[in-house]
Design a protein. Structure first.
Length: 364
């Protein structure tokens, strides 16, 4: 499963600049006026993973296939979009099927870059984004509710779903996102089925200026406080610096980040945060043909992990040979690993762990 992330924000907060930096491209038009982006920009990038080239060297293969993440950048959202302001909110449909929502908020002052609300205020901007997405979800729910009520009159077993839809609408009208319902509840299940925007895990991207890389400003602190309040991930991202980094070679980018005391790139930060919020992890496969990373949910058992490679592997699953990445690096060859007794044979109930190097045995 590839992670997909929708990028939203008010106009002129640096959305397209950040999209270009994340995808190392210039396909999103960045301009100092609202609605420079109309059609969605879509980019897919590999998930950085330092383990893959190490394994590739050990198994003598040149083919490396990292996990991937897809970013979808849509037009800027404005206050009143649900009622048709700006471009309206129809474009929110482009991100309904993404796994997570990244909300870009501006945390810097710049007289040369206008702000549709006058002055930068990240708390106000986050509230606008949450409200407009909630209103879009209410519209979706009301359409679904009309159908559910008709169906429930013929089938009383559907009445709990009608009640769940009412609970979701009432919650959204109080300003509580659908993601706050307990996982596994009927409300959460219905919200997921309808691809509600407020059901998705949220990440707040605070677009800061270069000075705040060393000294966080008040606006960044505000975003962090709101993240704690809303149960959202928060990352600080200097769009201007990351855009410059995107145009450099890996070695040059490493030196530039070191000079600015940036420990981890914006892409790395966002992926780690999104994986954590979504409960995702990575297992690895290594052979002469390729070394590859596979993304699964935490708690996934071995047969279902095998199924992410091919459905035949899950149907005919016999067992999984598992080696931890650290053991693989220490012993270097399968012969040495077997001799050391660290190759484990696991059955159908085995729960995959981060960094497992797996070889699945199956019946044709």
């Amino acid at each position: 499963m590839a992670l997909s992330c929708g990028i939203v924000g008010l106009p002129n907060v640096g959305k397209s600049t950040i999209f270009n930096a994340l995808t190392r491209s210039a396909q999103a038009h960045a301009a100092n006026y609202p609605f420079a982006t109309i059609e969605p920009n879509v980019g897919e990038v590999p998930v950085p993973d330092e383990r893959l080239p190490v394994l590739a060297e050990l198994v003598k293969t040149r083919r490396i296939v990292p996990a991937a993440v897809q970013f979808v950048d849509i037009a800027g959202l404005v206050r009143g979009a649900s009622e048709g302001a700006g471009l309206g909110n129809e474009f929110l449909g482009h991100i309904r099927e993404t796994d997570a929502i990244a909300m870009v908020v501006r945390c810097f002052e710049d007289s040369n870059v206008s702000h549709v609300e006058g002055e930068p205020d990240p708390a106000r901007d986050i509230d606008i984004l949450e409200i407009e997405m909630a209103l879009a979800d209410i519209t979706t729910l009301r359409r679904k509710l009309e159908r559910l009520e008709r169906e429930a009159r013929a089938d009383p077993k559907l009445r709990p779903r009608v009640s769940a839809a009412h609970q979701l609408i009432a919650s959204l009208e109080r300003g509580v996102p659908a993601r706050h319902f307990e996982r596994g509840s009927l409300e959460q299940q219905l919200a997921a089925e309808l691809f509600l925007l407020t059901e998705k895990p949220a990440v707040y991207i605070a677009n800061i200026d270069e000075a705040q890389l060393s000294t966080p400003g008040e606006m960044l602190q505000t975003v962090r406080a709101m993240g704690r309040r809303d149960g959202a991930g928060v990352i600080a991202f200097c769009g201007k610096v990351e855009a410059e980094l995107a145009g450099l070679s890996e070695d040059e980018a490493h030196d530039f980040r070191h000079a600015l005391s940036i420990e981890r790139s914006g892409l790395d930060q966002l992926i780690v945060t999104a994986y954590d919020l979504l409960g995702l992890m990575t297992f690895l496969t290594a052979g002469e043909k390729e070394v590859r990373a596979w993304t699964i949910r935490k708690g996934t058992r071995a047969p279902q992990a095998a199924g992410t490679i091919h459905s035949d592997l899950e149907r005919g699953f016999i067992r999984a040979e598992i080696v931890s990445y650290d053991d693989y690096v220490q012993y270097k060859t399968m012969e040495a690993l077997r001799a050391a007794g660290v190759v484990r044979s696991e059955g159908k109930d085995y729960v995959m762990q981060e960094g497992d190097v797996a070889n699945f045995k199956f019946a044709v």
